[in-house]
Design a protein around this ligand. Structure first.
Ligand code: GP9
Ligand code: MN
Length: 404
């Protein structure tokens, strides 16, 4: 079994890219807030519906943040929980089932575990029942010190919709706990209102629905807009509490919101046909990284959720030594444009490999399949070795650098 681990490490050494040195420690000792934006996809960012911005606040925040416009979700059947898994471990989720449900008691070297060695208190906020996705077991395993869930919120019919507490109420109530956390803290906030099938009361519509034959597509816009408003309130409150200036704020879309079966109607909004390459590009979700005092910039590097953990560690000035991560720093000078999705699709800045076809990234046209060969191999190896770690619980055999 230790031999298994050395195969994994050899693979990772070959694809490891030096992190950006200038960014190393630029946010040392700052608090970190990571927000999971339920089902928010990139195609709404910077766009309008009936002349109104769909995400006015996120657009404003992006101006002043690092924004990754070619960032892909890499979740599988575990949806929100898979995204949490990716962000906190820089491992891929599984091809079948949710890691949170099938491998909850594996040994992990998660981000909260690591941060606890640097004096961080880790907390997670989500207004659902804490046993959903086994979160009550997984969170302590990852090293979260506190877990605020359903029972910690005042939830009534008035402030609920769809899956539960509305995002604005969630943000407001979470602030009461957040402001009491010891600093520096790492905190994860998981939003919920923009969840399929996108129910929202009329009074919470800040924009009108789209007009197509898909109720799902139509309703998606007002719920995204509502979550955008909740993020404005989060930032306003962080400013009011004096936390904004010493907190890295990360926001990511957890997974797709509009399934392929609705692309016929979605294409009416996009005002273009959704061919195979376009459908792959629709797997992009926003990633926003706001660091106080730094000017905003948009990056086009092809990347995925697996890249967030090494990026955060670098910003916080924490050496990656001894951690087994599949992602690479998003600010790395020599970064490879690369993302592999859980269905085996691989994306670079030149090619898209999907459903056994090799496409040009630029034109979407099919190209000679050997051009995709290196991507295919790298993509398959990434998933293979990550799966191996999880299925065989290989971190049991890893020496903890902090204990030695
Ligand atoms: C459930 C919430 C939504 O607590 O995180 O999960 P999803 O259905 O998106 O996986
Ligand atoms: Mn989700």
């Amino acid at each position: 079994n230790e031999d298994d681990l050395s195969g994994v490490l050899k693979h990772l050494d070959a694809s490891r890219i030096e992190s950006n040195e200038e960014m190393f420690g630029i946010a040392e000792d700052m608090n970190v807030i990571v927000v999971s934006l339920e089902s928010v996809e990139s195609f709404v960012i910077g766009e309008t519906l009936n002349g109104q911005e769909i995400t006015p606040f996120l657009n404003e925040l992006i101006e002043d943040s690092f924004y990754f416009e070619n960032f892909y979700y890499q979740t599988g059947q575990g949806k929100t929980s898979d995204a949490e898994f990716l962000i906190n471990n820089s491992l891929y989720p599984l091809g079948r089932g949710a890691v949170f449900l099938t491998h909850y008691d594996n040994e992990f070297k998660a981000l909260p575990n690591t941060l606890s060695n640097y004096g961080y208190h880790s907390a997670v906020f989500h207004a659902n029942d804490k046993t959903f996705y086994n979160r009550d077991i997984v969170y302590p395993n990852f090293g979260y010190d506190s877990n605020f869930s359903f029972k910690d919120y005042e939830i009534s019919r008035m402030n609920s919709v769809g899956w539960g507490l509305k995002d604005i109420d969630f943000v407001e109530q979470s602030m009461d706990y957040l402001t009491e956390l010891p600093e520096p803290f790492y905190s994860t906030m998981i939003t919920l209102t923009n969840h399929f099938p996108y129910h929202l009361d009329e009074e919470d519509h800040f924009i009108q629905p789209f007009d197509s034959n898909s109720r799902i597509v139509n309703q998606y816009f007002p719920t995204v807009r509502y979550t955008d408003e909740a993020m404005r309130i989060l930032v306003d409150e962080l400013k009011a509490e004096g936390l904004y200036e010493n907190t890295i704020l990360v926001m990511y879309g957890d997974h797709y919101g509009i399934a392929n079966s609705h692309y016929g109607e979605l294409s009416k909004f996009l005002d273009k046909e959704i061919d195979v390459a376009e459908a792959v590009k629709l797997e992009r979700v926003p990633l926003i990284v706001h660091i106080p005092g730094l000017e905003g910039k948009t990056f086009d590097t092809v990347s995925g959720q697996v890249d967030v953990m090494p990026t955060l560690l670098n910003l916080l000035g924490i050496e990656e030594d001894g951690l087994t991560m599949f992602g690479n720093d998003l600010f790395a000078e020599d970064r490879d444009d690369f993302a592999v999705l859980r269905n085996g699709t691989v994306i670079t800045d030149e090619y898209i490999y999907t459903n056994e076809t090799c496409l040009s990234y630029e034109t979407g046209e099919e190209v000679a399949s050997d051009l995709c060969q290196p991507l295919i191999e790298r993509g398959a190896a990434e998933l293979y070795y990550s799966d191996k770690i999880i299925y065989r619980d290989l971190f049991r055999f890893k020496e903890d650098v902090y204990e030695s």
